[in-house]
Design a protein around this ligand. Structure first.
Ligand SMILES: NC(=O)c1ccc[n+]([C@@H]2O[C@H](COP(=O)([O-])OP(=O)(O)OC[C@H]3O[C@@H](n4cnc5c(N)ncnc54)[C@H](O)[C@@H]3O)[C@@H](O)[C@H]2O)c1
Length: 352
């Protein structure tokens, strides 16, 4: 295969980040098609990126034999049907997180890709971020001894969209904001979660409290891993000051700190005694290079016929934690996770 010919399905916020990466930086791939049922979005994307084909129905994408791989960046509720159709059409799949709406849907998607012999990579781009990756390298090198405790936080600036208030249908911040933290902790801990206990509260949107009594914008999650590692995740939405994502790995012989709220190391110290630095405003800025690296890794796994670095199993396990985390918040109790249940049944897909 000379170049992997790619179609983007879903030309919205995150979709266009992938599309620009493919169009500009990934030599081994060619973005040849775009698909979006909303003509305005499709037109805007097509006017920015010159592609051979445009589609308003993803089923037409599947009928085009020139397309080798699809990048699925539709709203989450459509991931399952699009991924299953792509697998059936023998197209390799990159799928954004959260993988689907339920763990059962994830199983179906993993099985469809496996049965049709196509790659399935999930969109946890922090695994390709320079800093998060360096943290993992240091950890694996034994620099801080044995891992004991891992913390990760994600606080996002945006005002919640109306649909996000209905957490029983959409999980709320634990899914929107913290699914990345769940993946990071599984990756760093090298183990699956045995127990999860989450609490949450709505501080910033009191006006919706009557209509959406379960809505929370701030949460704290305690995790116990099967190998004994203790995990702690905090999340918040609509924090207004910027996008804030950091992690900390405490080992028996030291600590690794990943990420900072400043975009760079430049600070201004002024005569009023204040220190200022430019802060990160968005995930688009903070993880710009990580998106390109994850897309490049996907293409290389196709060309070299290797297992993607972030698998369907990783996508499913993050979703299980989102589901059980919300259940813990709503039922106000810790939840034990059963990792032995029937499912995607892939021994090679461990959280290493
Ligand atoms: N990895 C990350 O950090 C990250 C960041 C943002 C969003 N996401 C994920 O990416 C996905 C998309 O989120 P977004 O913020 O870009 O949403 P968005 O609403 O900005 O874009 C979604 C696009 O999909 C299109 N669409 C809707 N139904 C479709 C269908 N059936 N077929 C093809 N296209 C369809 C919409 O018209 C829209 O253009 C979600 O799963 C989201 O959770 C991941």
């Amino acid at each position: 295969m000379e170049k992997v010919r790619v179609c983007l399905i879903g030309c919205g916020r995150a979709g266009m980040i992938h599309a620009r990466g493919y169009a500009g930086s990934i030599r081994e791939a060619e973005l040849i098609a775009l698909c979006d049922p909303f003509e305005d979005n499709l037109r805007a994307a097509a006017s920015e990126l010159s592609v051979k084909y445009t589609y308003t129905d993803y089923r037409e994408v599947m009928a085009n034999p020139e397309i080798d791989a699809v990048v699925v960046v539709t709203p989450t509720q459509f991931h399952r049907e699009v991924v299953n159709a792509a697998a059936k059409a023998k197209k390799h799949v990159f799928c954004e997180k959260p993988m689907a709406s339920t763990a059962e849907e994830c199983d179906e998607m993993i099985a469809a890709c496996r049965a049709n012999g196509v790659k399935l990579q999930l969109g946890f781009m922090r695994r390709f971020d320079r800093n998060f990756r360096r943290g993992k390298e240091l950890l694996d090198s034994g620099a801080v001894g044995q891992v004991t405790l891992i913390k990760s936080n994600t606080y996002g600036p945006s005002h919640p969209k109306e649909w996000m208030y209905d957490v029983r249908r959409n999980y709320g911040p634990i899914g929107e904001v913290n699914s990345h933290d769940f993946d990071t902790l599984r990756w760093y801990a090298g183990s699956e979660v045995r127990m999860i206990h989450a609490v949450g509260h709505n501080f910033r949107s009191p006006e919706v409290a009557d209509r959406y009594p379960d809505y929370y914008d701030t949460c704290s999650v305690l995790l116990e891993f099967e190998n004994g590692v203790v995990g702690s995740i905090t999340g918040a939405q609509y924090v207004t000051y910027g996008y804030d994502s950091r992690a900390e790995i405490l080992g028996t012989d030291g600590i690794i700190k990943v990420g900072a709220q400043e975009t760079n190391s430049v600070q201004a110290v002024t005569r009023d005694g204040k220190i200022t630095a430019d802060s990160v405003d968005s995930w688009r800025t903070l993880f710009r290079d990580a998106y390109v690296e994850e897309d490049r890794a996907f293409i290389r796994s196709i060309i070299n016929d290797t297992e993607p670095e972030v698998t369907g199993h990783d996508g499913k396990m993050a979703l299980v934690l989102v589901q059980e985390g919300l259940r813990s918040i709503l039922e106000k109790r810790p939840i034990m996770i059963n990792n032995d249940r029937e499912g995607d049944d892939d021994e090679s897909d461990t959280a290493s």
